[in-house]
Design a protein around this ligand. Sequence first.
Ligand code: ADP
Length: 534
Amino acid sequence: DEDEKDLPRREHLELLSKCFGHKKFRPMQWKIINSIMNGRRDNCAIMTTGYGKSLCYQYPSAYMGGLTIIVANISACLLGSANTKQKDTIDEIFEDKYSLVYLTPEFSTGDYGKDLLKKMYAELPITLVAIDEAHCVSSWGHDFRVQYRQLGIFKDIMPNTPILAVTATATPKVRDDIIELLKLKNPQILCTGFDRPNLYFSVHLKSTDPLTDFRRVMEREGGEWKFSGSTIIYCITRKNTETISLLLSEIGIKSLPYHAGLSLKVRKDTHEQFVKDKVDVIVATIAFGMGIDKPDVRNIIHYGAPSSIEGYYQEVGRAGRDGLPSKCTTFYSYNDFAVHRRLRENSYGNAATKANKEKMADLMLNYLTSRDCRRQFILSHFEDIKVQAPKRPLCCDNCVRKNVQPDNEVFVGLDNEGRYDFTQDAQIFLEAVNALDGKFGIAINAWLGSGVVNIQQQARLGSEKFNNQQQQPTTSTFVKPEKNENQEKESSINLYKPEKNENQEKESSIKLYKLLMNKRYEIATSLDCMPYLI
Ligand code: ADP
């Protein structure tokens, strides 16, 4: 029976449990393993992080014997490193002492490596060649590496050995490149689907104060602001990671920076402290990623726009591997894209690669400014057909705005018709406008259009007053409160009104400016419109 043949048998499961400690295969794992062991077939597998790709390339040799060669970008690699006992190790490989050999792409494609591979193919039963992070072969990918491009040599050297190419992110274009450049023959192409149902996506414009921004994600615990659970904050530059980490430490949050400029030892310690829950937050450049297998990361924050959807999705993929709800929050400014442009211009790569990177950054900007479902945006970017999957009304900020359901924690601040009460924001803003003698007329325009009752009431009251004085208000004029001395004293307007003293005046205008900038962004994002409208 065909079906029976395609299911794992008892001896398969016994080995799985004995060697790997798992009770059953995940569906795609078995499809791959079965096609390698029984069909000797090539595979191109796109698997979301955490699905379990290592089992796919470790199992066949464990079951069938023979050697599996894994090409991976792992720095602690047996043959790629300066290993003084390299000769002994190689002898042992030929004595059939190992099931798995890890090679770096550099080693495999060098002259010595190629000769060794030829010898292995001639003398040893090779069960499988696995190529991890296979998207690196493609210059369409976000992480192109030159040596990967030459990995087609495996098919030339070992024409009868099945190849398994695995990656966690690949658009159809990248997938085609993988198949072509690795010379895969009639490969089985599989994709786990990119949907991560437990992730919540939201995007905000940066304000002038990172801590104000982070409080959108944080929770208040006995008067202190805390992140709920382990958090990774990605920044674009090394310097940013240091300053942000310091800011967090100052308010009592255990946090450490992580970037490629730190010594290997420091990075290793930091990683370890994070995994052991000794620090709550790692503020990192994208150098922090490889090998993070912490199941309970609750927040991934991008403080600064990511440079591609591919990279972004790989980074947020580190959240919620345990399947519990986790938040992915991006704070960006337009200036971030100027920073990316500079980095791009100074980076390695030809004009076409750079143009492609620019396109990826443009797409990222589209994602950030999109008003539609962010999850759908990402999934259709990867052309994930399966994602007609269940709609989730609460998967991102945009959907939350559109599908209001009370009693859900994400809706804090919204009433049951999906409106946000701007009273407080508006008061501060109005006070500020007043202090500036009504110069922020356009702001009021935006408010009047926002449908917030209290503001309309205020405006109406104001216009009634004007009418009484036989004056027509214009939308671009702020209506000042009456010149009642007591009222004026009571109102906090005075707080922001420039004092007569020059220094004080300067100080309070700076304070006012900062306040305006923060509020402007907050109100703009809440109103779902661009800040320049306000
Ligand atoms: P990936 O490399 O795809 O991100 P890993 O190979 O590191 O994922 O596996 C992710 C986690 O899933 C590991 O903790 C692993 O033990 C677990 N895992 C893998 N396969 C299975 C399985 N068949 N059943 C249960 N857990 C599994």
